[in-house]
Design a protein around this ligand. Structure first.
Ligand code: MN
Length: 197
């Protein structure tokens, strides 16, 4: 078994004008694909060949000799998860279980939106902004580079990629504008609710 590049869960131009087909041609077709190809090369002929992606990530996490494998495998997972966090006509206020949890744990939607945007905007350099479940409560988190809440035992519910390759073709240096479009037009709250279980 090799790790496969998943298809985008929507047509490549479906999120325009907020994320262009051109961005996905590079972000999915080049960057995500390269992480998949590198992961497969690095596990080939090792004890991790044939393992599922989460097992590979956990095995490589914290092992300096496996840093390259961790970076590539975690980036495969992060991107596959990120695509599912997006949908055409998404964003805005959530409904259902996550709406009630945001009210209870994060001070309501408006505060969540401001805090999540701030987490993405202030992640220095490349990384990710997350909504996670930690000890039964929602938390907003940042990770650098390929780091993942999975390795801390926190359950990822929502993520946005704030590497420059995620937004530079469409927004140049305006990362906060990309984050605002994510909040207002792109978040797949059905996926977030499904992750809450
Ligand atoms: Mn990316």
């Amino acid at each position: 078994m090799t790790i496969a590049l998943p298809e985008l869960p929507f047509p490549i131009a479906a999120l325009e004008p907020h994320i262009s087909a051109r961005t996905f041609e590079f972000h999915h077709g080049k960057h995500h694909k390269a992480y998949v190809d590198n992961t497969n090369k690095l596990i080939e002929g090792t004890a991790l060949a044939g393992k599922d992606l989460e097992s590979i990530i956990q095995a490589a996490a914290g092992d300096p000799a496996k840093k390259g494998l961790f970076n590539n495998a975690a980036q495969v997972w992060n991107h596959s998860f990120f695509w599912k966090c997006l949908k055409p006509g998404g964003g805005g206020k959530p409904t259902g279980k996550v709406a009630a949890k945001i009210d209870a744990d994060l001070g309501g939607y408006e505060k969540f939106a401001a805090d999540f945007k701030n987490a993405g905007a202030t992640q220095f350099g490349s990384g990710w902004a997350w909504l996670v479940l930690k000890d039964g409560k929602l938390e907003i988190a940042q990770t650098a580079n390929a780091e993942s809440p999975l390795t801390k035992g926190h359950k990822p519910l929502l993520v946005v990629d704030v590497w420059e390759h995620a937004y530079y073709l469409d927004y140049q240096n305006r990362r906060p504008d990309f984050l605002q479009a994510f909040l207002d037009h792109l978040i797949n709250w059905d996926f977030v609710n499904a992750n809450l279980g």
